[in-house]
Design a protein. Structure first.
Length: 134
């Protein structure tokens, strides 16, 4: 058998880039279905974040007749800050879940849920109060 006829050794799995190795150290690759489900959850959080950002912009732009200026600006800022925190929190949550799956560890609690629920309830309460007082 000549060199050109010898079978080539089987290549191992392709290595990850330096950033991926740093963010996702150790463990083993999870089932791709779980990784893709984690990505879909991340995208759902991002959609919610974008809705909060759009809501903050809409409150500031279209509710001048409904709210006093300080209340309108406060509500808009709350929604905008919530959108910012959700987008950052979504990235952190995706990474924590991915690490847990790779290390076969329990999944982390979603700390974004109480934040979103509390801030959403606060924003809704402000709107209800001002609609009733109007």
């Amino acid at each position: 058998m000549t060199n050109s006829e010898q079978p080539t050794p089987a290549a191992g799995p392709p290595s990850r880039g330096r950033l991926a190795r740093r963010l996702l150290p150790g463990g083993e690759e999870p089932d791709p279905r779980f990784t893709l489900a984690n990505e879909r959850t991340f995208l759902a959080w991002i959609r919610t974040s974008l809705a909060m950002l759009a809501g903050g912009i809409a409150v500031e732009a279209f509710t001048s007749g409904l709210f006093l200026e300080p209340v309108r600006k406060g509500l808009a800022v709350i929604l905008l800050l919530l959108g910012m925190m959700l987008s950052g929190g979504a990235a952190v949550r995706w990474l924590r879940v991915e690490r847990s799956m790779r290390n076969k560890a329990p999944l982390p609690l979603p700390l974004l849920v109480p934040l979103l629920a509390g801030a959403g309830a606060l924003a809704a309460a402000v709107v209800v109060v001002f609609i009733l007082l109007r």
